[in-house]
Design a protein around this ligand. Structure first.
Ligand SMILES: *[C@@H]1O[C@H](CO)[C@@H](O)[C@H](O)[C@H]1NC(C)=O
Ligand SMILES: *[C@@H]1O[C@H](CO)[C@@H](O)[C@H](O)[C@H]1NC(C)=O
Length: 508
C-alpha cells in the first residue's frame, strides 16, 4: 500500500471530494500509516522574508490574471520554494500583512500563519518517504500565500483528519462523520456479514455499489459521499459472457503496479478480493436489474464497450465535473469554488502532469481550446465573460476523448455501458452519463422493484428486508431514493447537491 503513486492518486481523488481536505490529510495524518518510518533526515527549513521570495508570478498570463479585477484574490499566490540549500530562491520581497501560508510537497500540505516581518522557521520532523525527501532536495518545499478567509476553511475541516487512518478509530471517524453530516445510520445487521450467494442468480447489467469505510479509500469516499449526497462511494457492473461465465467490470481497479485502471475481472477473483483482501472494509450491495431492463440489455454491445475500455486509466478527467453542476449549490460549506481553484493552483505547481490529467484538459475542452495552462484558462474564460465558477459548471460530454482515451470514473463506466447496451433508449443521445453521481445512478428506476423476485439468499438472515441485496458488510446499507427516477433528457446536468438534505428540484 505504500506506493507513492497511490498516495498521490488518493490525494487527487480527494480533491474531487473535498478539495482542501486533501491538505489536511497530508498535514496531520499519522506518519506511520504506510509503515514509513522517519529514518530520513530531519529538516528544518529556515525561511524569512529575505530569503524565500517572491517569484511573484512573472509570466504574462499571471500578470494578465492579476490585472483582471477580482480574479487574483481568489487564488493562492506561489511565493517560492524553500530548501535547505542556500540560493534556491532569490530576490527579496517585503511580505505585507501576512496571513496564511501553505507549505506543500506532492506528499503533504501543511500550513501556518504569521504576522508581519519576523523570521520564521517551519519544522518538518520527518519526511513522509524517501521519495518526498528526494523531491525536496531537488525542488524544495513550495510556499503559497493563501487568499484571505482561508483560515476559517481550514479550521472548519479539522474533523476530516482521522478519516484516512487505517484503524478502528479511522473507521469510527468515517461512520461518525457520515452520521453527523449526512444523517446516515450504520445500524449493525445480523451475521453472516458475507452472503452465501448463488452466482447463477446474478445477471448481466446487475449493478454493484460499494461503500468503503476505512483507510485512505474510506476517507476519500466519505468526503465524496458528503459532497454528492451518495450513500455509496464506488461502483462496478456484472457481465456474463457467451459461455455464461460471470465477470465484473470495474473502473478504479488497482492493478499490481498500484495504478487505478479499468478492468474486467472474473467474478471469483473480484469477490475474493473484496471479501478477503480489501482493507477498506467495503459494504457491498447488488442491485439486480429489473426484468424488463434485463431483456433490453444488449450484451454484445456491452461487451464491445467493456473491451474497448479494458486497461484504460481511471477517469480522473471527468470525475470532478459530475459533481459540480451549479455555481453555488454544490459545495457544502466551507468549500467553495475558490477553494477548488486554490487547490487546483497548488497541484498545478506541484504535480503538473497529474494536474493536466485531473482538470487542465477537461477545462480546455470546456473552452474549446487546447493546451492552455490553468492561469491562461482563467484569463481566457474571463475574457469571454465567464467566471471560473461558471466554467466549472459547463457539463461534461460523453463523447469527449482525452489524450489517454475516453475518460470514465467508476460510475460513468457503468452508465456508459448501460447506454451502449440500450438501457437509456430512446433518449440515450440526450443523456450525458459523466454528469451522473453514484446517487444519480442508483436512483434510476432500472432495478428490480418486486421483492418476491429477489434471489432467495438475498437479505436472508436479516429481519429488515432491503429492496436490494446487500452481500457484504457489518452495517446495513441505505440508498435513499433507490430505484425511483425515470430518466429524462439532459438529466443531472444542472443539479444542486447540498447537505444535509441534498434537495433536488425536479428535472434538474
Ligand atoms: C446489439 O448490439 C450489437 C453491437 O452493437 C448490434 O450489432 C445489434 O444489432 C444489437 N442488437 C439489438 C437487438 O439491438
Ligand atoms: C411480484 O412477483 C411475483 C412473482 O413473480 C408475482 O407473482 C407478483 O404478481 C409480483 N407482484 C407485483 C406487484 O408485480
Amino acid at each position: 500500500m505504500a506506493k507513492n503513486n497511490t498516495l498521490i492518486a488518493a490525494a487527487l481523488l480527494l480533491l474531487v471530494a473535498a478539495s482542501l481536505a486533501a491538505a489536511l490529510l497530508y498535514s496531520a495524518g499519522p506518519r506511520d500509516v504506510d509503515g514509513l518510518v522517519g529514518a530520513l533526515p530531519r529538516a528544518t527549513l529556515p525561511f524569512s522574508p529575505m530569503d524565500v521570495l517572491p517569484l511573484l508570478p512573472r509570466t504574462a498570463a499571471m500578470a494578465a490574471l492579476r490585472a483582471l479585477r477580482g480574479v487574483s484574490d481568489i487564488f493562492p499566490v506561489f511565493v517560492g520554494a524553500a530548501s535547505d540549500r542556500p540560493g534556491a530562491t532569490n530576490k527579496a520581497h517585503s511580505w505585507t500583512c501576512i496571513d496564511l501560508y501553505v507549505f506543500a510537497t506532492p506528499y503533504r500540505v501543511t500550513w501556518d500563519y504569521y504576522f508581519v516581518g519576523r523570521e520564521h522557521t517551519l519544522d518538518f520532523k520527518e519526511w513522509e518517504s524517501e521519495a518526498e525527501y528526494e523531491y525536496v532536495k531537488r525542488k524544495g518545499v513550495s510556499i503559497f500565500l493563501m487568499p484571505s478567509g482561508t483560515i476559517g476553511t481550514l479550521r472548519a475541516l479539522w474533523d476530516v483528519f482521522p478519516l484516512f487512518t487505517n484503524t478502528q478509530w479511522g473507521e469510527n471517524s468515517n461512520l461518525a462523520f457520515l452520521k453527523k453530516h449526512m444523517g446516515a445510520t450504520f445500524e449493525e445487521r445480523p451475521k453472516p456479514w458475507v452472503s452465501e450467494l448463488n452466482v447463477d442468480d446474478i445477471h448481466s447489467g446487475d449493478f454493484l455499489v460499494l461503500s468503503k469505510i476505512r483507510g485512505r479509500w474510506g476517507g476519500f469516499e466519505t468526503l465524496e459521499k458528503w459532497v454528492t449526497g451518495a450513500y455509496a462511494g464506488h461502483t462496478a457492473v456484472c457481465l456474463r459472457d457467451s459461455e455464461g461465465k460471470l465477470w465484473v467490470g470495474e473502473s478504479g481497479h488497482e492493478n499490481e503496479q498500484g495504478e487505478d485502471i479499468i478492468a474486467i475481472l472474473p467474478w471469483e477473483e473480484w469477490w475474493d478480493f473484496e471479501v478477503k483482501k480489501d482493507d477498506s472494509n467495503p459494504q457491498i450491495a447488488l442491485l439486480p436489474l429489473h426484468p424488463d431492463l434485463r431483456a433490453k440489455f444488449n450484451e454484445t454491445a456491452a461487451w464491445e464497450y467493456a473491451k474497448s475500455m479494458d486497461g484504460k486509466p481511471y477517469g480522473y478527467h471527468n470525475m470532478i465535473f459530475s459533481w459540480i453542476d451549479t455555481i453555488s449549490d454544490n459545495y457544502p460549506p466551507p468549500l467553495d469554488a475558490h477553494v477548488v481553484a486554490s487547490v487546483m493552483t497548488m497541484w498545478n505547481k506541484l504535480q503538473p502532469e497529474y494536474a493536466a490529467n485531473m482538470w487542465k484538459e477537461a477545462l480546455n475542452k470546456r473552452l474549446g481550446t487546447k493546451g492552455l495552462d490553468l492561469p491562461e484558462i482563467i484569463v481566457e474564460s474571463e475574457k469571454r465573460g465567464m467566471t471560473f465558477d461558471k466554467l466549472l459548471t459547463v457539463p461534461e460530454q460523453d463523447k469527449w476523448v482525452y489524450t489517454d482515451g475516453q475518460s470514465a470514473s467508476c460510475v460513468a463506466y457503468v452508465l456508459m455501458m448501460y447506454k451502449e447496451a440500450g438501457l437509456f433508449d430512446p433518449i440515450a443521445s440526450s443523456i450525458e452519463v459523466t454528469e451522473f453521481t453514484i446517487k444519480d445512478a442508483y436512483s434510476l428506476n432500472f432495478f428490480e422493484n418486486n421483492m418476491t423476485r429477489l434471489p432467495v439468499w438475498c437479505n436472508k438472515d436479516d429481519s429488515v428486508k432491503l429492496p436490494f441485496c446487500q452481500i457484504k458488510g457489518r452495517y446495513r446499507m441505505e440508498l435513499p431514493g433507490y430505484n425511483t427516477m425515470q430518466p429524462y433528457p439532459h438529466m443531472n446536468e444542472r443539479c444542486p447537491s447540498l447537505p444535509p438534505n441534498y434537495n433536488r428540484p425536479r428535472n434538474c
